[in-house]
Design a binder for this molecule. Structure first.
Ligand code: ATP
Ligand code: SF4
Ligand code: MG
Length: 325
């Protein structure tokens, strides 16, 4: 079966005064319909850059330096302007990071939703578009009377629902969601997450769900890609995201960094050290300066992807010793 999204050795760099920022570094992934894949990693690991690259909405100083990105079998970077305009939003869409604060403040919710319909279908009447806007509000559980409201008149949770409504307006096959619930309080976060799951079940979307929250991602996604310094250092099914399973040392660190809630206290064990400089990546395995298991080879050679217990991992431990961490 054809994947909805297919990334093959994708790298993206930003031109900067200090040199090329290697934000995404040789990542490969497939997402099929009716599947949610989580993308997780620390701040600056390249998550949003990858999302923007898939949408072909990279910043001006960014370039796809290698690889191919296919959505529904179409190479996104070989489409001409017109083809891309038709394809984007109707077949693939994205909820941008902090998008709920980027809604146009001088347009009502309805005007912003109508704009999506009317700009993509020149033959659609305004009456039909208005009807569809109402349906959309229904899907994301907002009272249609808020269609006449301006963004500032809505709560954060409602604005985020509007942003999601806009992303699914044309019923795309692929939806990228970049931190769709961050910045919302826990209760609202929960209701949005439930809403996303519900919509996904009905529409059978392929979703790339970007987050830095492990518990969130393992709950919503069936598969999770863990990104470090632009690379997928591990791709695993989410069920096995527990510290007792054999994981990449960075994944182990992240799993331990999840807050442990007990009756008396909350403890968070972070990963010591900082993410590397993406202009001047550490030699070999980029994680070696922070890795408690690092050994000679780690500084010299970049580990290759290898299957370990059914997951993809980039770590020398799993190549040289039986068992690993
Ligand atoms: P966060 O969790 O904070 O959203 P992220 O994983 O989405 O982080 P990106 O925003 O993709 O990370 O950034 C990846 C790297 O690219 C970072 O080191 C960032 O500083 C760098 N970067 C992002 N945008 C630009 C730009 N326009 N020019 C140069 N470097 C950039
Ligand atoms: Fe650690 Fe080496 Fe594995 Fe990198 S390759 S994660 S440094 S053990
Ligand atoms: Mg981001």
């Amino acid at each position: 079966k054809q994947p909805v999204l297919e990334l093959q050795n994708v790298s993206v760099g930003y031109d900067s005064p200090a040199g090329m920022v290697q934000a995404v570094n040789d990542v490969t992934l497939k997402i099929y319909e009716n599947t949610i894949v989580g993308l997780i990693g620390e701040s600056g690991s390249g998550k949003s850059t990858l999302g923007n690259a898939i949408m072909r909405l990279l910043k001006n100083n960014a370039v796809l330096t290698s690889g191919t990105i296919k959505v529904l079998g179409k190479d996104i970077y070989s489409l001409n302007k017109n083809e891309l305009r038709k394809f984007r939003w109707s077949q693939m869409s994205m909820v941008f990071q902090s998008a709920m604060n980027a809604l146009n403040p001088v347009l009502t919710v309805e005007e912003q939703i109508l704009d999506v319909f009317l700009s993509h279908d020149k033959n659609m009447s305004k009456t039909e578009a208005k009807m569809k806007a109402k349906e959309l509000m229904d899907i994301v559980s907002i009272d249609p009377r808020y269609l006449r409201s301006y963004p500032h008149e809505l709560s954060g949770g409602m604005r985020q629902r509007v942003v999601i409504a806009i992303a699914i307006a044309l019923d795309p096959k692929l939806v990228i969601m970049d931190e769709p619930t961050t910045a919302l309080d826990v209760v609202v976060q929960r209701s949005i997450l439930d809403k996303i799951k519900e919509i996904q079940r009905v529409k059978k979307y392929a979703i790339l769900f970007i987050s830095h929250d492990f518990s969130l991602v393992s709950e919503i996604a069936s598969q999770v890609a863990i990104m470090y310094a632009g690379r997928f250092i591990e791709v695993t099914d989410s069920k096995s995201l527990i510290p007792s399973e054999r994981h990449h040392p960075y994944t182990q660190g992240l799993l331990r960094a999840i807050p442990h809630l007990t009756a008396e206290d909350v403890t968070i064990e972070g990963i010591p050290g900082n993410p590397p400089n993406l202009v001047d990546l550490p030699s070999g395995c980029a994680y070696h300066p922070r890795c408690p298991f690092a050994f000679d080879l780690c500084k010299k050679e970049r580990p290759q992807i290898r299957k370990v217990d059914g997951r993809d991992m980039e770590c020398h431990l799993y190549e040289t010793v039986q068992g690993g961490v």
